[in-house]
Design a protein around this ligand. Structure first.
Ligand code: ADP
Ligand code: GLC
Length: 485
């Protein structure tokens, strides 16, 4: 089976969040399955290339119609294991700081940038002679690809057997643009109906993916239900999703168990595994406390956070609850995003430098040391399509404290009985609930036997991609067979 993955980010090339972890890991996992051939298409942002990867020009160029003018696409290529990665280049669209936004907000030409990318993916496939059975698209940035396949490229024999699968990683971000964008995208006004591309008078790239893809997936079973049946989770797409209910599947994300392995993690001074976790975690905690100028105390519960700073993640609730726990807990927060939250965490840390540390920015290596050094990992999300940090933290023996939503509900189990629990959970991102569970955590921490039992449960869970990758490949087969009919 020939699989083309089209995405706006993939680790280790470009990453703003979990989407990149997933597209990167999936392309590797698919490529290692017998009988598959995998190519990955990404935009060539400014900082892509260099480091371990040396990109080679793919030779030649092709033109992409953009409304009343054309733009040139060139490509570069790198072989990444068994995956051939192609980067779509156009300096006007991609050679700038940032992937989707600047400090002033979303880039104003994001519609053009991802129209260009989506069309260039299809042209690029032809250019390299890769006739995909499946195009696997991810989130709004590639939502137009399924739409092109069923409209402008409908009669193109090159894609006559190509099916598309669209994966929703976060329905809160949809790529909504005014109706003029329709012209830049090259669609006909006949497609500008509520059943197809129109959305409240404009065009919505996420909706395009949901309407036109052969099959739709989202990144956890619980989220698949939430976005159909709870309007506040569906962000206006619940009707469209219910309409496609029989084609919509929730497949839980995994984590890359080579990148996230406390035994071999080169960012840690000393690795550890399930058998040796007590000494390993104690050493990691001490090193983290030292690195961040916190009091080096093994008996204080150390709570970690690695996150985008965004209201989705519920960290304002943690911020409000934290001060009253500062005498019994330490807080380490790594994140970037909302300036208000960032300032508030800075202030908390400045006022309590031995108890709270805040690092702003994106920092891969510190993230690893936080997962390893923390006793608990706090993730009180208001909604969470899947969430990866709760799985990473479990693998590293930091017990996650989560809300019962989306993928958090599908991965963290807490019923008050340590033997059946691998973390802690509250129903909502609510200060009272958070306070009460933090209080419980402090008393439980002193009770080492139970605590360690939970850590063992967490560390021995299976967070790998194996089951989920199989589920995707099954769906790919179903989608491809439908196209053969
Ligand atoms: P998101 O909604 O942000 O995509 P996920 O839970 O799917 O959230 O995954 C977030 C991923 O990004 C995890 O791998 C996490 O470790 C990483 N991450 C988030 N913020 C940072 C940061 N500031 N520095 C380093 N890694 C980060
Ligand atoms: C999104 C979601 C997150 C999910 C990630 C990868 O960014 O917010 O919950 O884990 O995509 O699928």
């Amino acid at each position: 089976m020939k699989i083309l993955i089209a995405a706006s980010e993939a680790f280790p090339f470009c990453k703003t969040g979990g989407l990149a972890d997933v597209t990167g890991a999936l392309s590797q996992v698919f490529s290692r399955t017998e009988g598959t051939e995998v190519v990955l298409f990404l935009p060539r942002y400014r900082n892509v290339g260099g480091g371990a990867f040396s990109l080679k020009a793919a030779g030649g160029s092709f033109l992409i119609p953009m409304g009343n003018h054309v733009e040139t696409a060139t490509m570069s290529r790198v072989q990444w294991g068994k995956v051939a990665v192609y980067f779509i280049e156009n300096p006007k669209y991609f050679d700038r700081p940032g992937m989707y936004r600047s400090a002033a907000g979303d880039f104003e030409d994001n519609d053009e940038r991802f129209i260009f990318f989506s069309r260039a993916v299809l042209e690029g496939a032809k250019f390299i002679g890769f006739k995909p059975d499946i195009i696997h698209c991810h989130d709004w940035q590639t939502g137009l690809v399924p739409a092109y396949l069923r409209t402008l490229s409908r009669l193109d024999s090159f894609f006559s057997k190509t099916a598309s699968v669209f994966t929703v990683h976060n329905i809160a971000y949809q790529g909504m643009f005014p109706k003029e964008t329709l012209l830049k995208a090259g669609f006909s006004w006949q497609d500008f109906t509520p059943e197809r591309l129109e959305y409240y008078g404009g065009i919505n790239f996420m909706k395009a993916g949901l309407i036109f893809a052969d099959l739709i997936t989202t990144v956890s079973p619980t989220y698949a239900g939430e976005i159909q049946y709870r309007a506040e989770f569906g962000h206006g797409m619940d009707g469209v999703l219910r309409h496609r209910a029989s084609d919509l599947f929730g497949i839980l994300n995994g984590i890359d168990d080579e990148i996230w392995d406390p035994a071999t993690d080169t960012f840690l001074e000393r690795g550890y595994e399930l058998k040796s976790f007590r000494r390993g975690k104690a050493a990691s905690k001490k090193a983290l406390q030292k690195e961040l100028g916190l009091e080096e105390n093994k008996d204080t519960v150390l709570a970690g956070v690695v996150s985008r700073l965004d209201s989705q993640k519920g960290l304002d609730v943690l911020l409000n609850a934290a001060p009253e726990f500062l005498d019994k807990m330490q807080f380490v927060v790594l994140g970037q995003g909302d300036p208000g939250l960032s300032d508030a965490f800075s202030a908390l840390s400045a006022a309590n430098p031995r108890r709270a540390a805040f690092k702003v920015g994106f920092n891969e290596s510190l993230a690893h040391r936080i997962y390893a050094g923390a006793d608990i990992f706090v993730m009180p999300s208001r909604f969470e399509p899947c969430g990866l940090p709760q799985m990473i933290s479990m693998r590293y023996g930091a017990l996650p404290l989560v809300t019962r939503t989306g993928g958090l509900k599908d991965t963290v189990f807490y019923n008050g009985e340590p033997k059946d629990s691998n973390g802690f959970a509250i129903d909502d991102a609510d200060e009272g609930q958070l306070r009460s569970v933090l209080g419980h955590i402090i008393s439980l921490y002193a009770w080492k036997e139970n605590w360690n039992m939970m850590v063992r449960n967490a560390m021995s869970g299976d967070y790998s991609w194996s089951k989920s990758a199989e589920a995707y490949l099954k769906l790919f087969n179903i989608a491809a067979q439908r196209r053969q009919l």
